[in-house]
Write a new protein. Structure first.
Length: 166
């Protein structure tokens, strides 16, 4: 944002995002009655004010959307029976099992993403070793490739055993 907002402009922006009513927001922010009634369209057209309103609107939308940690916490709470319904009842065994299944799907998807990244790194390391060997051959044997298998094996099966879900 190029121009700094005055306190009055900032209050106007915050109120406008809350209410969507430019005239009321101008009054609340401290603009004169005449300005509030007749010049709010000009206030809204100011680039720095429009930018700030867009920033506040985006921040509000982001706050309204659950992030992955919130979803995982909720599903974990349901699975453990810590989340109750509107009547104060514990979740049923079926609901708890469904929450556990959803958690496992998310963990499996994350594991697949990590496996893909590790496979790419392994391919890059193989290419690097080959390039070092090719350079070593070209220079008459003065270079050495990195030692093989220095990293721990990360491709182990991390899926839980069948009895671990309940």
């Amino acid at each position: 944002m190029n121009k700094r907002l005055t306190q009055k402009e900032e209050r106007f922006c915050v109120e406008y995002v809350k209410t969507g009513n430019a005239v009321q927001s101008a009054r609340t922010a401290g603009y004169t009655e005449k300005s509030a009634l007749h010049e709010t369209h000009k206030i809204l057209e100011r680039a720095h004010i429009a930018e700030r309103i867009a920033e506040l609107t985006q921040a509000q939308r982001s706050a309204d959307i659950a992030d992955i940690n919130e979803v995982m916490t909720y599903l974990s709470g349901v699975m453990r029976g810590q989340v109750r319904d509107a009547f104060g009842l514990d979740p049923s065994l079926q609901e708890r099992t469904r929450a556990a299944q959803e958690l496992m799907r998310r963990y499996a998807a994350a594991d697949q993403r990590h496996s893909g990244a590790l496979a790419k790194l392994d391919d890059m390391l193989t290419e690097f070793r080959q390039a070092v060997q090719d350079a070593d051959t070209a220079t008459g044997g003065t270079l050495q490739a990195p030692a093989q298998d220095t990293a721990p094996d990360t491709a182990q099966d991390t899926a839980p055993a069948k009895g671990d879900l309940m």
